[in-house]
Design a protein around this ligand. Structure first.
Ligand code: TK8
Length: 358
């Protein structure tokens, strides 16, 4: 079973023995920042359950443990966070619904399936909009992005902080891809690509001539294993830590979308918490988000190299090749920029441009 080994150590540099080859489990990761700040008063014991989509070796999980450590330390052990990885409590869509009904306290989904709550989040799904991590972080920390978090208020979900899922790359089991034509398959059929449950992503893969199939992340590994879909797109770190490389032969460095994660808590849970606990949770969410972005950046290229070492054929794309993808997805902007809001799109484009000229 592909997930059995995941109980191995998370220590930096821990290794996995698989078919006699020792692979590093993680890159050299920065230590979490020292936990600072006063302890809070005694407002009773609280246990929070947090569900995650990704595996124990992911930045998402490692930073969530740091989040738990901050709360534990600064509440003198009164606030406990139990983290459940690997979509075992549900996928992004289900877990957000569980937050609304109060059957789960916290989750950490991609922004993309959350556009059904706050439409403006779809700006992050526009292809090739945020070309660098610096631009993406500036966008996520902008007032406009804070307004998107605030817009969850009253939905049953309190959105605490943006952090990084990362730059998405295409993988598939059918053929090498270096152009939109390779996706569409001129003489053969178009690739069947699993997408997140998000209309902009559907539009992107339709524009590229693929057969996009929205699907929950937790079902993706077996869908690829059984050939229900040819491929998917996610950051290299996910393709590595969720073992997708075992069932995907080809990877293409498309970087077509930067996807944020959003740390969320159920409003039902939130409303029962003392303001001092609320403030601490909000602060810890931001600190853990910053640490997660750092870890994610350390994972990114390292994961791609690991995938190559493990036998995946990775295609790096030239600027001209990327430009061909950009041109092919132009209809997505024509359709979606007016719906998302031209001003918001222009603001993010401005952030992107200034990050390139710095
Ligand atoms: C994990 C998901 C995932 C996302 C996806 O819960 O669904 O492809 O990129 O990593 O949020």
């Amino acid at each position: 079973m592909h997930h059995l080994w995941k109980r191995t150590l998370l220590m930096t540099g821990a290794t996995l023995l698989s078919s006699g080859i020792a692979y590093a489990q993680t890159p050299d990761l920065s230590d979490p920042p020292e936990i600072e700040g006063d302890t809070v008063g005694d407002h009773g014991s609280v246990t929070l359950r947090m569900g995650l989509g990704l595996a124990e070796s992911s930045p998402q999980y490692i930073s969530s443990q740091y989040f738990a450590d901050i709360l534990d330390q600064r509440s003198e052990g009164r606030i406990t966070v139990n983290v459940f990885p690997n979509s075992q409590l549900g996928d992004d869509v289900q877990m957000m619904e569980m937050l609304q009904t109060g059957t789960l306290d916290m989750t950490y989904p991609s922004s993309s399936p959350a556009t059904s709550y706050v439409e403006e989040l779809a700006v992050f799904d526009l292809p090739f909009l945020l070309p660098t991590r610096e631009a993406a972080v500036e966008a996520m920390r902008s007032d406009a992005a804070q307004e998107m978090l605030d817009a969850f208020d009253g939905s049953g979900i309190k959105a605490l902080a943006f952090s990084e899922n990362g730059f998405r790359q295409l993988s598939n089991s059918a053929r090498e891809v270096s152009s939109p034509e390779d996706v569409a398959g001129l003489d053969v059929r178009g690739l069947t690509i699993r997408t997140m449950e998000n209309p902009v992503h559907l539009a992107i893969w339709e524009a590229l001539g693929a057969n996009p199939t929205p699907m929950a992340f937790g079902e993706l590994f077996s869908a690829m294993e059984q050939g229900v879909v040819d491929g998917q797109e996610n950051p290299w770190s996910t393709i590595l830590t969720s073992n997708f490389y075992e069932v995907q032969e080809y990877g293409s460095e498309t970087r077509h979308v930067y996807t944020p994660f959003i740390k969320m808590i159920s409003e039902r849970t939130w409303d029962t918490l003392d303001p001092e606990y609320q403030e601490l949770i909000q602060e810890a969410a931001l600190q853990a988000a910053d640490y997660e972005i750092q870890l994610s950046s350390e994972y990114d290229d390292w994961s791609r190299n690991q995938l190559e070492e493990r036998g995946m054929k990775i295609t790096r794309l030239s600027d001209e090749q990327i430009a061909a993808f950009q041109e092919a997805v132009q209809p997505v902007y024509d359709e979606w920029a007016p719906r998302i809001g031209e001003d918001l799109v222009a603001e993010f484009q401005q952030i992107a441009e200034s990050s390139m000229t710095e």
